[in-house]
Design a protein around this ligand. Structure first.
Ligand SMILES: *[C@@H]1O[C@H](CO)[C@@H](O)[C@H](O)[C@H]1NC(C)=O
Ligand SMILES: *[C@@H]1O[C@H](CO)[C@@H](O)[C@H](O)[C@H]1NC(C)=O
Ligand SMILES: *[C@@H]1O[C@H](CO)[C@@H](O)[C@H](O)[C@H]1NC(C)=O
Ligand SMILES: *[C@@H]1O[C@H](CO)[C@@H](O)[C@H](O)[C@H]1NC(C)=O
Ligand SMILES: *[C@@H]1O[C@H](CO)[C@@H](O)[C@H](O)[C@H]1NC(C)=O
Ligand SMILES: *[C@@H]1O[C@H](CO)[C@@H](O)[C@H](O)[C@H]1NC(C)=O
Ligand SMILES: *[C@@H]1O[C@H](CO)[C@@H](O)[C@H](O)[C@H]1NC(C)=O
Length: 342
């Protein structure tokens, strides 16, 4: 092809160079050549620019499907730019949003942990959104609910709306999470949801809290209302006056089951981006909260909660059949639970 062109040019040149008005002809040839040059250049430029446009668009589509023009992907790992249907993100449209889920068990401090997170101006943690069974009837109901919350369209009292930088909720292991773990784990990976496991080291204390809380569900110790979390020392005192009896026959296997379900959950979701937080560590070491904020790419602030712990001090004061429990756990892997605070 190149050769043909050269040949053609040569032919044109040799054939067409006239002898009568050389100046006029030379000017015309020069002008023609210039026009051709400009035309070819403009075509080339147009092709180059459409090529690069396509490439940029491809990258954006792969990495952040909900956004076209909000900034640099490499600077914002796990960033999302949701476009809610229920409101406009206004001046924060291009602020990156991170998705998270707190995976925990009842009475492990997740209510307290969530109020701490929600004291951050940029965090919306929407509570136990999977309490209603209709949201977890089957895997597709679960995924639909997840889509709604991560599109910022699940409006709860915790919603920070347009300027949320991290959006999530808490999910108890027995609320469909373990049943549909394959679909959920795939979803978390596909959509870049970060997982925070919140567990309690002292499972005996958890058991006491579970028993007391389920007793209060019908006893309603606080002026006839059932409270799972309290905000004053008096309320905490009133609730902890009740001392549950622990079934010592099933105690060891009950504790074992709790431990197994926690490690199973970590195994099921070990392909996701996750961190494990222990309730006891949060209480004794506030820098753990900085780790959590870093994990969610949040600007760090001091997090606060008004909640007051219910069962304080030695566990022996909170269990009716303590001697029996003491005897039962002696020599088991759970013996240390008898002594530890928190
Ligand atoms: C899943 O559950 C939802 C909500 O209960 C229901 O409307 C839907 O028909 C169910 N889908 C399947 C495939 O079972
Ligand atoms: C956090 O929220 C504040 C106030 O709504 C807003 O000005 C700020 O841009 C948000 N920060 C991030 C990182 O989204
Ligand atoms: C219960 O009622 C008493 C007075 O009847 C009041 O002093 C107390 O603060 C109430 N407690 C709660 C938890 O509402
Ligand atoms: C204690 O646990 C055992 C074994 O699971 C069970 O058979 C028994 O009924 C339980 N006792 C009480 C009082 O719940
Ligand atoms: C994740 O769990 C699977 C079993 O479900 C196991 O085979 C695998 O080794 C685990 N991976 C990591 C990184 O722990
Ligand atoms: C507190 O937590 C931080 C961050 O996780 C850790 O580096 C530090 O060693 C902990 N301090 C104590 C006293 O455990
Ligand atoms: C458990 O019982 C032993 C005596 O059998 C006693 O020395 C010990 O202090 C008890 N532990 C607790 C935590 O109450």
């Amino acid at each position: 092809m190149g050769e043909d062109l050269c040949f053609l040019n040569k032919g044109l040149l040799t054939i067409k160079i006239p002898k009568r008005s050389p100046l006029l002809m030379r000017t015309m040839v020069l002008l023609f050549a210039m026009a051709c040059g400009v035309y070819m250049c403009s075509i080339c430029l147009r092709q180059i620019s459409t090529d690069s446009e396509i490439k940029i668009q491809d990258i954006q589509v792969i990495q952040m499907p909900s956004s076209r023009n909000c900034a640099d992907i490499s600077e914002h790992p796990f960033a999302h730019y949701p476009k809610p249907e229920t409101f406009n993100r206004a001046e924060c449209t291009c602020n990156p949003v991170r998705f998270f889920a707190i995976l925990s068990m009842q009475r492990s401090g997740s209510g307290w942990f969530e109020t701490l997170l929600n004291s951050h101006v940029n965090v919306s943690s929407n509570g136990e959104i999977f309490t209603p069974i209709s949201r977890r009837d089957n895997a597709s109901a679960v995924l639909r609910t997840l889509d709604t919350v991560y599109n910022l369209d699940l409006l709860t009292s915790a919603s920070k709306n347009e300027c949320a930088a991290a959006v999530g909720f808490k999910w108890m292991l027995n609320q469909g999470l373990m049943d549909y773990h394959e679909d959920i784990s795939e979803y978390f990976n596909r959509r870049g949801v970060s997982v925070i496991f919140l567990f309690r080291r002292n499972l005996l204390r958890r058991l006491v809290s579970v028993l007391a809380n389920s007793y209060d569900r019908y006893a309603k110790l606080l002026n006839g209302t059932h409270k799972s979390h309290v905000h004053t020392e008096e309320e905490a005192q009133a609730l902890s006056n009740y001392k549950p009896i622990i079934n010592s026959t099933s105690l060891v296997s009950d504790l074992q089951l709790m431990r197994i379900s926690a490690s199973k959950a970590v195994e099921y979701f070990n392909g996701t981006r996750y961190m494990i937080v222990y309730y006891e560590d949060l209480i004794t070491n506030r820098t753990k909260l900085l780790d959590v904020q870093n994990f969610l790419f949040l600007p760090p602030t001091d997090l606060t909660s008004r909640q007051v712990k219910i069962h304080k001090g030695p566990l022996s004061e909170h269990v009716k059949n303590w001697d029996e429990v003491n005897k039962t756990l002696k020599g088991t892997p759970y013996e240390s639970f008898l002594l530890a605070d928190y």
